[in-house]
Design a protein around this ligand. Sequence first.
Ligand SMILES: C[S@@+](CC[C@H](N)C(=O)[O-])C[C@H]1O[C@@H](n2cnc3c(N)ncnc32)[C@H](O)[C@@H]1O
Length: 218
Amino acid sequence: MPTQVKSRQRVQEHGEVFTNEREVNAMLDMVKEETERIESRFLEPACGTGNFLAEVLRRKLATTNSNYRRNLDEWQHYAFLAVSSIYGVELLADNAQECRQRLLDIVLDEAPRETPERFGEAVRFLLSKNILCGDALTMLDASGSPITFCEWSFVRGERVKRRDFQLDHMLAANKQVNEQLSLMDLMTTEYDESRNELVPKTVREYPLRNWWEVGLDG
Ligand SMILES: C[S@@+](CC[C@H](N)C(=O)[O-])C[C@H]1O[C@@H](n2cnc3c(N)ncnc32)[C@H](O)[C@@H]1O
């Protein structure tokens, strides 16, 4: 059974006690349909080595396998989508790296034998952007910059649109439109008339790319 504690010091300093598999599954089963939906977005703000995210990915890939295993192009498309919608923040760099590697290994283990190398490279890039080393309380990354996540959306078949958003802006957008908004809220969010809700302002947009070329933008 995997250990829940790496060291007493890490428990004391960072509250690092990992959740065991039984509890992970019991909690995820409370939102079972979402965990099995390939495109549902998950963000874990203290993800550790990825106990929850790994299980979410396994479930999404189980759906991918049962629906798209017979066509390699489709399988890659949906497996890319499954990874691209999983996000994590972790304070400790070694945990964040372990989490990225673990998620990559899960996808590569599931990939059909004939999957080209570019698929693994694209997934590795996605994970470098989606699993970030930072502080979820201050919302700053390890270099002191605002934590910024990428939204990956498929448009027109294999083309992917990347837009970057700051985590603090996303949280500001959780406010109701009729709530009192601070000057900062007004600067970081905008009103989406069609949805009658606040949405975070995009920090940066990128050109459309084929999914296997997303790494070109760095
Ligand atoms: C209780 S462990 C849980 C890890 C994982 N979610 C799990 O259930 O196995 C908490 C994790 O949060 C990390 N952590 C502590 N403070 C944090 C912060 N301010 N921002 C991001 N991660 C933090 C710790 O390093 C640790 O890996």
